[in-house]
Design a protein around this ligand. Structure first.
Ligand SMILES: Nc1ncnc2c1ncn2[C@@H]1O[C@H](COP(=O)(O)OP(=O)(O)OP(=O)(O)O)[C@@H](O)[C@H]1O
Ligand SMILES: [Mg+2]
Length: 335
């Protein structure tokens, strides 16, 4: 600021003395510089007062009409150039903001298109997989005893089931934003999901529904997807006993979840459990401890994103060698 004042004072002194063009050009340059340095228009105008004082000190008769005219020319050179620079700066900033907005909008549209594309591919694949699953099932039923082909067919069926699971996960994810959750009797919905899952999982599991009718906001299809994911994880963790439990929790027993009522779904298994390090990342997208090609690592990430979309919470309790419990809490819906 001081060096600006010195430069302005020197320019003004020269112009007052000579009325030459060069000092005015220098003052214009100064106005632009001040804007680049983020000095406010008020402070820039303040320079003029400082320079006038300095000229008085130097004995310049600043009240003479011609001197007043020349000093005014300096002031307008300074302010006009500063104002133009200021306007340009604002325009550039606005242009930049507009570009940012355009880019965000383009990204959003691109993501939306990609989402629709992925959704339709997943849908198509899902349709193609249905006959694979259905026919393998029929062929398995037609194969008496345990011929070697049976093991091969079982692998085909297991892969098809796994592929359907992955695709349904993708569909659930892609559709999540567009379908609003509906009021569902939670216990009943879990029981229905379990009925669907039993033939797909081919491992037995127990179901204990302690509350049938309490309503939550959720979607039946995604609930089935969630349960299938959790039970498949349990099977893959070598569980010999698995239990699906539903109960209602009133008030703060939900572990600091506030004074509301919650529906709780637990999937308890006696599988190998998780180390603290695995548990810490189990919900991360693409985190998997399975061999390449065996798991996408999206299962729990998708489960979590669905649950969060329903204003719920997903908790994990596990210890190596002592099994795993996944707990899903959903707020009881009003009315
Ligand atoms: N019930 C469980 N018991 C032990 N470990 C589990 C259990 N559920 C999840 N995990 C651990 O968390 C990891 C992430 O699980 P997630 O379901 O997200 O992916 P994934 O099962 O590896 O892959 P995908 O679901 O695509 O088959 C698993 O690889 C496993 O290490
Ligand atoms: Mg999984």
């Amino acid at each position: 600021m001081n060096s600006l004042l010195q430069r302005y004072t020197a320019g003004m002194a020269r112009y007052v003395a000579t009325a030459a063009e060069a000092p005015l050009l220098d003052i214009e340059e100064l106005g632009r510089l001040a804007i680049t340095d983020d000095i406010s228009l008020d402070e820039i105008a303040g320079l003029h007062e400082g320079a006038a004082l300095a000229l008085t000190d130097q004995g310049v008769p600043i009240n003479e009409p011609e001197i007043i005219r020349r000093m005014s020319a300096c002031l307008s050179a300074l302010m006009v150039s500063a104002a133009v620079a200021y306007r340009t700066k604002i325009d550039l900033l606005e242009q930049h903001r507009q570009q940012e907005r355009d880019r965000t909008e383009r990204d959003r549209q691109r993501l939306e298109t990609l989402g629709q594309f992925v959704g339709s591919v997943a849908h198509e694949l899902n349709n193609l997989l249905q006959p694979v699953r259905g026919m393998t099932e029929i062929m398995l039923a037609d194969l008496p005893g345990k011929p070697p082909e049976r093991a091969d067919l079982e692998v085909v069926e297991a892969c098809a089931i796994q592929a359907v699971g992955v695709i349904q996960g993708i569909l659930a994810y892609v559709r999540r934003e567009t379908i609003a959750p509906q009021s569902l009797a939670f216990g009943d919905a879990v029981a229905t999901a379990c009925t669907f899952i039993r033939p797909m999982l081919r491992e037995p599991f127990e179901v204990a529904i302690r509350d049938q009718d309490t309503k939550v906001l959720a979607l039946q299809g995604e609930l089935t997807q969630i349960l299938l994911n959790l039970l498949q994880n349990a099977v893959q963790a070598g569980a010999t006993r698995m239990r699906v439990e539903v109960d209602r929790i009133d008030g703060d027993r939900a572990g600091g979840a506030g004074a509301r009522a919650w529906m709780r779904l637990r999937v308890v298994d006696d599988g190998q459990g998780m180390s603290a390090a695995v548990a810490a990342h189990a919900f991360d997208p693409y985190f998997t401890t399975k061999a390449t090609g065996q798991g996408t690592g999206l299962g729990l990430a998708i489960v979590r994103s669905i649950v969060v979309g329903w204003s719920g919470d997903l908790q994990l309790q596990s210890e190596p060698g002592h099994g795993t419990t996944l707990t899903l809490l959903l707020p009881v819906s009003a009315g």
